[in-house]
Ligand binder design. Structure first.
Ligand code: ATP
Length: 235
């Protein structure tokens, strides 16, 4: 397994949120993480990226137990995180935002230029906007930028928190299609927190979190067959 989470507990201050999460992402796999508001989806991503501490249990990435490693050290191992709210710096240009992703992983200038070109082939809408302030982009373009920034430096796994938030359904389908393409072309694995049902069309497997633990998991196409599940957790 590329990412392996076992009996993970974590929370905020002394307030527990995760109560023993078990979750795996294989090399090159797309995994959806579903659940109602407050189930602990964002908290899971934060604990994996190291923004929140692991209280107990283990998170291992590519065979390395992450323990108390900092978010920066985890990023250098190839773990990308697009947080809720995207984290785009609106007064910087699109290109400056993209290059921040490279700085985080300590990449050389030539590698960065190559990665940038490869990503612009996929996120074509950003090409004409490289010199524009990121704040002038549409919501969909900002989301593309956030994902592209996480992909600079060729991470092995990118975790994206509600990519579809606030976007029109057609844009959501388009963005998910780009994720599927990126996986096919580069073998990057994705862990996607989503509330949009289209995620089950591109995911290999899905987990449903409830009350800080895994409630259900299985192949995405099987979970997509469950009307109750789709109605309860997906829009
Ligand atoms: P949502 O879609 O609402 O983000 P989620 O499944 O991602 O849902 P989390 O954001 O992980 O849920 O929140 C899980 C629990 O942790 C909730 O009870 C929430 O109130 C609490 N929580 C989230 N962020 C913080 C924080 N910064 N400080 C304290 N409690 C928090």
């Amino acid at each position: 397994m590329l990412l392996s989470i076992r009996e993970l507990t974590s929370g905020y201050g002394r307030i527990p949120v995760l109560r023993g999460v078990d979750l795996d992402v294989a090399e090159g796999e797309i995994v959806a993480l579903l659940g109602v508001n407050g189930a602990g989806k964002s908290t899971t991503l934060r604990a994996v990226s190291g923004v929140l501490p692991t209280w107990s249990g283990t998170v291992s990435f590519d065979g390395t137990t992450l323990g108390r490693r900092t978010p920066e050290a985890r990023a250098r191992l190839g773990l990308g995180h697009v947080p809720e709210g995207r984290g785009i710096l609106s007064s910087l240009t699109v290109r400056q935002n993209l290059r921040l992703g490279a700085t985080a992983r300590g990449r050389g200038a030539r590698d960065v230029a190559q990665d940038e070109e490869r990503l612009l082939e996929v996120f074509d809408a950003l090409r004409d906007k490289l010199g524009a302030p990121a704040g002038s982009l549409s919501g969909g373009q900002q989301q593309m930028l956030a994902v592209a920034r996480a992909l600079i430096g060729r991470p092995r796994l990118v975790m994206v928190d509600e990519m579809s938030f606030g976007l029109a359904p057609i844009l959501v389908t388009q963005l998910l299609g780009l994720v599927a393409r990126l996986r096919a072309e580069s073998g990057t694995a994705f862990l996607l927190v989503e509330q949009h049902s289209a995620v089950l069309d591109i995911a290999d497997r899905a987990y449903v979190l409830s009350g800080g633990a895994v409630h259900t998991s299985g192949p995405a196409h099987e979970l997509a067959q469950s009307e109750n599940l789709v109605r309860a957790y997906l829009g």
